[in-house]
Design a protein around this ligand. Sequence first.
Ligand SMILES: [Mn+2]
Length: 311
Amino acid sequence: MTENIYVIGHKSPDTDSVTSAITYANLKNALGMSEAKPAVAGDLNGETKFVLDYFKVPYPEKLTDATGKKVILVDHNEMAQAVDKLDTENIVEIVDHHKIGGLSIGKPIFILCEPVGATGGIIANLYEQNKKEISKQMAGLMMASILSDTVLFKSPTCTPRDKTAVEKLAKIAGVDPMKFGMELLKAKSDISSKSAKDILMGDFKKFDFSGTKSGVGQIEVMDLKDLEPKRAAILDEMNKMKDAEKLDMVVLMLTDVMKEASDILFVGNASAAAGFEKAFGGKLANNSIYKEKILSRKKQVIPPLEGAFKK
Ligand SMILES: [Mn+2]
């Protein structure tokens, strides 16, 4: 029996992480790497389930302990976000669209990291470069990943390449991308059945800002009012998480995708609070700073935090 090579995205998997694992494993299979198998590093969120159900694609296997497992990382490259117990020497490839976070590997491997809106678009390109046909299902998944990560092209991370890719993929998938996109947003922002903990953990990543151990999450909704009744419970969960994980701060972006603004929640120690206020040029009131035109964690929240804590 040949050993599987797990194609896997980050913990607290989002749609791009999950669909990239599925579509890249599919491409690797087509290219002769029959051991490639999609996996997810955590439970699927509602939006991702909507996408997989819509295109009738089975949910990938869950892998939460990578001891002794060979992996291809998609949609992340930072060990703090990767599946637990992963040995960096077992990383076979990386396909991503995030900043490079201090990874050290003792041998050359294939790494493709491009500044585009979603990993899905990079994979769609790889199908083309390798002259492999994209099925209806795979096209649908890659299209969904770009629409999700760029919040229907509104995020500043969106590039012209993302729009071109969606156009092409939507044709293959046979769907109207904007109609599908609105359904996707609805699925993403349906928080009615979500607990405060689900809201915090749904899209949560850990970062180290010059020694300030941090967690930064994001929840996207179509109306911030929907989150108000859960705000106190969310802050409570953020404090619990900070203590349990021994973090200096926990940040959660409450993003209104229609108004294109974020209420950025903060809990943390005094020096972290000072850095947070410096990063966003404001004063914390009620545990948050509200910012217009902020949609992207990667482009608009992580870089100012990194800058503010730089020693
Ligand atoms: Mn992504």
